[in-house]
Ligand binder design. Structure first.
Ligand code: 8DG
Length: 136
């Protein structure tokens, strides 16, 4: 049976309403696809705690976690990912790509131009629907 992993992703906004997008490196699983930075929940953690820890580890900055956006179950060839996404804001530090190939601030309207990890597409669509409900 395929393993199910619980993963949390941060949709980090800046003051210009852009979103921080992260490119998975060629060495990671799902290589060269864009994602919301974050990672797997550990035993005893709630999603907010996972996000704060993962963002500190991956980007070297501190976030404040806001409202939930989506919950998605996506079956990949070798694993089932249960992805929760939350809006978030940086409260301390500058994001630096410690594990990712690249980081990019993107305006919401341009999110569809990136090639996203498949589990992330419903979150991208939910974000676009917020700014333009008739765009779908
Ligand atoms: N962090 C993150 N992971 C995502 C997203 N979308 C998506 O399908 N994933 C997948 C990729 C991984 O299989 C898993 C998250 O694992 P991780 O971030 O701890 O990454 P990892 O490379 O260490 O995991 P692994 O698959 O190599 O064991 O969820 C996303 O937006 N953010």
């Amino acid at each position: 049976m395929k393993k199910t992993v619980r993963v949390v992703g941060a949709v980090i906004y800046n003051e210009r309403n852009e979103i921080l997008c992260a490119l998975r490196s060629p060495e990671m699983s799902l290589p060269n696809l864009w994602e919301f930075p974050g990672g797997k929940m550990e035993e005893g953690e709630n999603p907010e705690e996972t996000l704060v820890r993962e963002i500190q580890e991956e980007l070297g900055c501190t976030i404040e976690v806001h409202e939930k956006i989506e919950e998605v179950h996506h079956e990949y060839p070798s694993v089932i990912v249960n992805l929760l996404t939350y809006k978030a804001k940086i409260v301390e530090g500058e994001p630096k790509a410690k594990e990712h190939a690249e980081l990019k601030w993107m305006p919401l309207q341009k999110l569809r131009s990136l090639e996203w990890a498949p589990a992330d597409i419903p979150t991208v669509e939910a974000l676009l629907k917020e700014i333009c409900p008739s765009s779908l």
